[in-house]
Design a protein around this ligand. Structure first.
Ligand code: GUN
Ligand code: ZN
Length: 432
């Protein structure tokens, strides 16, 4: 029999939705060979656990599944916190120049390594990630993700118009390069591929048709793009695709919707688009920090829920100014407050874990502590700052404590991150 490792402390995870969770004040999370063996009340579970089980104690902490970032751009690390532009000017001024550098595989490796360490120090264990147009950017990313044994999704950007020449592919090369990357990386260990047209304005119909062809030929790959983030962007899409009913229809026309498709933002969608997303089991990535930072608008989570659209949280670095899903939760709360709705602690932690896993169609592998799932989890420190300690000691119920924790916490509260049951200790890389 293989030996078990047990983590003892306060534990919370979601079983099906935000109202269906298990909470153990004194809990035990038992790991066997990198996977969940069992979870439950510590005293009860210890009676059934073999004597030689190693027990790790986590006082003043909350153990949760690892966070899932459903939308983020690794090549944009260096332009985080750049001043004064909204989406289309921000892309021209900051994003495209930064992405040109990923022609160089060495640079790509350095940034991929830095990026993944940022995710892990922020408690994010799985993400759906944009590369650049260069296939070597995706090779570099997957090599670094594989070294860290992470469950990650990434794809090469497809972009055949309305961007600098150095960042353009063609409908044909975007197909062949994406196909070769799928053959090389998809389902290699914990890695998965996403077909990745940047957004409608930078792809011709010919290219979007090639994206559809890839999804048809490789039915279990993922799909990611942007939608309805910024008003000027939406007007531009209407001009570029006058024959389509709405923004979503540009993608729908090429059969790009489905249960592994993630559309980032969706701030300015019409009701019929929400309805169609739900019908096709497609997901939206809600990226609150980005929506505020580059001034895109307020995402209507209440409406998305009303239509039954799957939702995950995204940091959207570097439209977003933080790698922290905890900060995304904080901003998400404020965005809903501004629209007269209150986002509960349970719903936001659900979105950050099982909800994100469902949005990525990875909920059979990650997202909670069901037996057999991959043991990616985080230990949050209730005493990370003097303010947190002071405030949390005054909270009585788990509901109150969880809410205040989620509002006040950032990367300082991520005491430990575990990947397949192993404690992640990161070797800081110097970027220079
Ligand atoms: N729309 C098209 N490209 C991008 C990007 O890189 N970031 C964001 N936030 N929106 C986009
Ligand atoms: Zn984005």
């Amino acid at each position: 029999m293989t030996s078990l490792i047990a983590h003892r402390g306060e534990i919370i995870h979601f079983l099906t939705n935000d109202k269906d969770f298990e909470y153990f004040k004194d809990g035990l999370l038992v790991i066997e060979e990198g996977h969940i063996h069992s979870v439950g009340n510590a005293e009860e579970l210890l009676k059934k656990t073999p004597q030689n089980t190693k027990i790790i104690e986590h006082p003043n902490s909350l153990i949760t599944p690892g966070f899932v970032d459903t939308h983020v751009h690794y090549p944009q690390c260096e332009i985080i916190a750049s001043y004064g532009k909204q989406l289309l000017e921000w892309l021209e001024t900051y994003t495209f120049p930064a992405e040109k550098k990923f022609k160089d595989p060495e640079y790509a490796s350095k940034i991929a390594s830095f990026f993944l360490d940022q995710l892990l120090t922020n408690g994010t264990t799985t993400a759906m990630v944009f590369g650049t147009v260069h296939p070597q950017s995706v090779d570099a990313f997957f090599i670094e993700a594989q070294r860290r044994k992470l469950r990650m999704i990434c794809g090469k950007v497809m972009m055949d118009r309305n961007a600098p020449d150095a960042l353009l592919d063609t409908a044909e090369t975007s197909y062949t390069e994406s196909r070769d990357l799928i053959e090389k990386w998809h389902n290699k260990g914990r890695l998965r591929y996403a077909v990745t047209p940047r957004f409608a304005p930078t792809s011709t119909d010919e290219q979007l048709a090639q994206a559809g062809r890839l999804l048809h030929e490789y039915p279990d790959v993922h799909f990611q793009t942007h939608i309805s983030e910024n008003k000027k962007e939406c007007e531009w899409v209407a001009e570029l695709f006058p024959e389509r009913d709405n923004y979503l229809d540009v993608y729908d026309h090429h059969q790009l919707l489905g249960k592994r498709s993630v559309f980032a933002h969706g701030i300015h969608l019409e009701d019929s688009e929400f309805k169609r997303l739900a019908e096709t089991d497609s997901a939206l990535a809600f990226c609150p920090a980005s929506n505020l930072f580059i001034g895109s608008g307020l995402f209507n989570l209440h409406k998305a829920n009303h239509f039954g659209v799957k939702i995950g949280l995204g940091t959207d670095v570097a439209g977003g100014d933080s790698f922290s899903i905890l900060k995304a939760i904080n901003e998400a709360y404020k965005i809903q407050q501004l629209q007269g709705n209150s986002l509960s602690a349970f719903e936001s932690l659900y979105l950050a874990t099982l909800g994100g896993a469902k949005a990525l169609d990875l909920h059979d592998k990650i997202g909670n502590f069901e037996k057999g799932k991959e043991a990616d989890f985080v230990v949050l420190d209730y005493h990370a700052t003097d303010l947190m300690k002071f405030k949390l000691e005054q909270c009585d119920s788990i509901e109150e404590r969880l809410f205040s924790l989620l509002m006040l916490a950032d990367d300082r509260a991520i005491k430990q991150t575990y990947i397949l049951g192993d404690l992640y200790t990161h070797a800081k890389v110097s970027i220079g």
